[in-house]
Design a protein around this ligand. Sequence first.
Ligand code: BES
Ligand code: MN
Ligand code: ZN
Length: 491
Amino acid sequence: MSMLPTITISKPAPIKKGAALLVAPEGVDIAKLAGDLDGEGVLARAAELAEFSGKAKTVLDVLAPAGSPASRIVVGQGKPEDASESGWIALGGAPRGALAKEGLVTLVASEGMDAAAIACFAQGYLMRAYTFDKYKTAKNGQNGKPKAQKLTIHSANTTAAKSAWRDAEAVARGVMLARDLVNEPANILGTEEFAARGEALEALGVETDILDEKKMKKLGMGALLGVAQGSVRPPRMLVMKWNGGKAKDKPVAFVGKGVVFDTGGISIKPAGGMEDMKGDMGGAAAVVGLMHALAARKASVNAIGLIGLVENMPDGNAQRPGDIVTSMSGQTIEVINTDAEGRLVLADALTYCNQTFEPSVMIDLATLTGAVMVALGQHHAGLFSNDDAVAESLTQAGAQSGEKVWRLPLGPDYDKMIDSKFADMKNIGGRNAGSITAAQFLKRFVGDTPWAHLDVAGTAMSSPSSDFNRSWGSGFGVRLLDRWVRDNHEG
Ligand code: BES
Ligand code: MN
Ligand code: ZN
């Protein structure tokens, strides 16, 4: 995998070698901030020449500063007053770009940075360093060799900073795990391989259980199995349990769409861009990444992660348009378009989750519709919910984490659009309101349980690059839901 920096936190001490990274709040005297590091005093003039004016996320990079013990000084601009969690993450990601090839970096935290800000900064730095280069036979480090970097963070309050960083690192690792799963091609990551990656969370104390085809047949999961029947890869359902809360507390549940590849099936997709459909398990990847984060930071919550894993392929045994399947809930579905497969997988996953674990709330994540990109682009995930409080708390967590969501409506008029002539419902509602009718379909499988659906088709993959992400798979949803759990279901 990518060569990630190792990050440690220690008491402030004179920097003797390597690169120094300073964080300067707007308007601060950089020379004063740098102190002895500024050697012969070149920083003020460098800042002037580079027109380093104090705009957030801009970076001043000075190589071989005269008289300095540091080989390089990078100043990242920081503006603490308006720096939210996502603000600090971006501030931390930006300077990593300039420092990628350094072996030794020391971050001197400014006075404006408390433990939480330091942790977010380091989280951004680490996530920015992520690259998916395992299939590049020539690695792109210096001299063709990947280079390990040590980042030491100097902070006066080491205890607080270390404890904040322990949690933030757990979350960053969860994000990067989700990115790995999304970036991995489908020939390598089939249904069984994906399930095995989730099963590996047992090392962190997560309990796991895998349902195979036989078990799913017995449970009557005709909707999910109908999608899977066109592939030689067998379907799997992976359950992950983190029991960090009180024994009597009902769990919160996260359900993910895990279509390891979506050709569209018999309603086959056009060739152009079809390779992106290796990312059609972005919802499931986020659930696995989230469970990693919760377990690694020992969150005090009971959480269920459940993912439905299938491959949607055209084949002699594939399901046809017009087929009618019976879901685990007993409701029948006319499959008008085999490319609307995610909702069929989720129908049974949601039913199983609801019946088996009786969660206090269920949140599903799915790369469900192209239409959500038409509506919201790549900067918000679509949010649908049967519960205003859940919708509001998710919106808040989105604003905090920077993984933003935007609520779209549900209602009986939309629900009618998926009524079928031959069965209880059909799996598409026509061209209009495509994301809404998909959500309306899911709603028929959640009963009275408070529920939210996040359509992450625009945010999980093919991501615009940001200060803290240069990866195709973004890991979207992990930080959002970790923040949501912390703010609403812990302590
Ligand atoms: N996996 C796709 C949705 C998708 C499209 C995700 C682009 C990411 C990028 C989903 O299974 C699908 O094919 N949806 C169809 C639904 C239609 C047939 C009603 C779509 O959006 O076109
Ligand atoms: Mn599809
Ligand atoms: Zn799909």
